[in-house]
Write a protein that binds this ligand. Structure first.
Ligand SMILES: Cc1ncc(C[n+]2csc(CCOP(=O)(O)OP(=O)(O)O)c2C)c(N)n1
Ligand SMILES: [Mg+2]
Length: 598
């Protein structure tokens, strides 16, 4: 996954050629503060830094290029700061490891804020680096350094980062970078921010200080459960007649996936999964329950009411799920919670969701909980003896006059055939309940914070992490999401990152048309006006042209069902040949009604 060209730009043979004079062997007196910063980014092992440039970090930029040779980390130039952070977010969703993102003083960070919020809500590690104009006013250039200097830049994102810092001397830089990495990667993970003073970056230093080894500053190994609480939880589960497991934010590892299956089978528990959290349990397993995504549907609610023990493996909104299922009454089932999430909760962001009741709260990572509880389980009670496996919804065949979102899923599945693939993201109007998950990388889940425009950037980051893996990266994006972030695709093209983007294009911010629909109905006003201020038409943006304009291959608009699979196959061929393809599929406005979703 290293840089693909000697200059770190695109394919070998492209661009200006090898970096001249990486300067690690400089003479004493020929080093700068930012050299220490760059060397520490290498020391912690960031493979890439996605960035948009700015004078506030011109010192660091020079060190990355002319000291390190633009490798380890390699720069990924982005056309917007929101993309830089979204790329790091998508990358971490696949690898569970952070890459870096670097954003210019205040204005660049302001552009990045939504993506930072998404990464925070999604609990992924991102090492965000930034800069300020000289803190020492005597060193500021007129005007520009003044507008791009803020007293407390971290305040812009402190409410949704785990930690931030602004080291006040070159000597303080190594510790700041080490702590940033350690904090971002300590469970529960999240974004961190380090701001480098421009004057500090541009301070000449005599010699490089002896730099610490990052190996001594890694995240702690995950905590084990309190043995008494674990024994009590195992007893409850073993004795349960009708246990339900809610698989929420779990890891991408294959061993943990296999243990989850073994655990559910040992208990005979019904398992609910959440499309927001990505693949957590095989969708075709007989213990897989009914759809329970954003809001548990009626069948899932009925199951939760029938359950006598509910185990939540860091389900994103357990309080909300129980409230929906029990109509606000206290749940009759015993509730076991395996989650560390409370450690991130603060008073600003309510992404902590409703407070769930917990008869036993194991304050550990959910995958650690499964590994710890598995050997403690006794022979199980009969469990759900008369329950039949939940039938999977069947998406509609491809045919007829127009393409529906559900039909798009059928067509995409058909075009992909048996190829290993990764569904990076899907829009709200998506047949997620019918998409099969047989491996933890089959579906990556949502963006965490519900920030539209993240899709293209996250897709590029995930595709970067999947490059060379043999797994085809596929992102299905809404047209609104695509249009807000479409220039992220340029980065994929430039760095030769294969990626398939399929746009479920209803020419609308359709989710919100439905909200206007509801308002009009509630108020007895004309429903026919719901499209005003929502429809993306007149003119209809030509998405294939927007893709082509950035060097990607654009397909569509595809309007006829008969053309769908053929076009998707051609796009897949492009991606398999190393390209970036976007397919604009015009879908009928409408949400999936199969499988109990609206
Ligand atoms: C940054 C941001 N702005 C606005 C919204 C409100 N919002 C939620 S869904 C949505 C529509 C998204 O449109 P599209 O991606 O085309 O998906 P569709 O609902 O049409 O399938 C909007 C505007 C949001 N979530 N995030
Ligand atoms: Mg739309």
């Amino acid at each position: 996954m290293s840089g693909s060209g000697s200059d770190g730009q695109g394919t070998k043979g492209q661009g200006p050629g090898a970096i001249e004079r990486p300067a690690l062997a400089n003479e004493a007196g020929d080093y700068w503060g930012s050299d220490v910063m760059a060397l520490m980014l290498r020391e912690i092992g960031l493979p890439f830094v996605a960035l948009n440039p700015g004078a506030s970090y011109r010192g660091l930029h020079d060190s990355l290029v002319n000291l390190l040779g633009n490798t380890a980390p390699q720069m990924l130039l982005c056309l917007h700061e929101e993309h830089a952070v979204a790329i790091a977010h998508g990358y971490a969703k696949v690898t569970e490891k952070p890459m870096g993102a670097i954003v210019h003083s205040n204005v660049g960070l302001m552009h990045a804020t939504m993506a930072v919020f998404n990464a925070w809500c999604d609990r992924v590690p991102v090492v965000l680096l930034g800069a300020t104009g000289p803190v020492d006013a005597a060193k500021r250039r007129p005007w520009i350094d003044w507008i791009h200097t803020a007293a407390d830049q971290g305040a812009l994102i402190r409410n949704y980062t785990k930690w931030d810092d602004q080291p006040a001397s070159v000597a303080a830089v190594p510790e700041a970078v080490l702590r940033a990495y350690k904090t971002a990667t300590t469970l529960p993970c999240g974004p961190v921010y380090v701001c480098f003073d421009a004057a500090l970056q541009e301070t000449r230093i005599d010699a490089l200080p002896r730099l610490p080894s990052a190996n001594r500053y890694r995240a702690p190994s995950p905590a084990a459960p309190d043995p008494q609480a674990a024994a009590a939880a195992a007893d409850l589960l073993t004795g349960a007649q009708r246990p339900v497991i809610l698989v929420g934010r779990t890891g991408r590892g294959e061993a943990a996936w296999a243990r989850r299956v073994q655990f559910a089978e040992a208990l005979g528990a019904v398992v609910l999964t959440d499309i927001k959290s990505g693949a957590g349990f095989p969708s075709n397993h007989q213990l897989q329950g009914p759809p329970a995504g954003n809001n548990p549907g009626p069948e899932a609610c009925a199951l939760l009411r029938e359950a006598d023990v509910i185990l939540s493996l860091d389900w994103v909104d357990l309080g909300g799920a129980l409230k929906t299922a029990y109509g606000g009454e206290p749940p009759a089932a015993k509730v076991i919670l395996a989650s560390l999430d409370h450690q991130l909760h603060n008073g600003w962001s309510m992404d902590y969701q409703g407070l769930p009741p917990a008869d036993i709260h194991l304050a550990i990572d959910p995958d650690v909980a499964v590994a710890a509880l598995l050997p403690l389980l006794g022979p199980r009670a009969p469990g759900w003896a008369d329950r039949k496996a939940t039938p999977r919804a069947t998406p509609p065949a491809v045919g007829g006059e127009a393409i529906t979102p559900a039909m798009l899923a059928t067509g995409l599945k058909e075009a992909l055939g048996s190829r290993p693939n990764c569904l990076i993201r899907a829009p709200l109007a998506w047949a997620g309940d019918t998409w099969e998950a047989a491996h933890p990388l089959d579906m990556l889940g949502g963006d965490g914070g519900g920030g539209i425009g993240a899709g293209p950037g996250m897709a590029v980051g995930a595709a970067l992490a999947l490059r060379g893996s043999g797994r085809l990266p596929v992102a299905v994006l809404g047209d609104g999401d695509t249009l807000m972030g479409v220039t992220a695709l340029w980065t994929a093209v430039h760095y030769r990152i294969p990626l398939l983007v399929v746009v479920s294009n209803n020419n609308s911010f359709f989710n919100d048309e439905l909200h206007q629909d509801r308002m009009a109905r509630e108020r007895g006003r004309p429903v026919a006006n719901r499209w005003i201020g929502q429809r993306i038409a007149d003119p209809e943006p030509d998405l294939a042209t927007l893709a082509r304009g950035q060097g990607a291959t654009g397909f569509g608009p595809v309007r006829a069902p008969a053309e769908l699979v053929r076009t998707l196959r051609a796009a897949i061929e492009t991606v398999e040949a190393g390209g970036v393809a976007l397919v604009d599929v015009r879908v009928e406005p409408g949400y999936i009604t199969i499988a109990g979703r609206r």
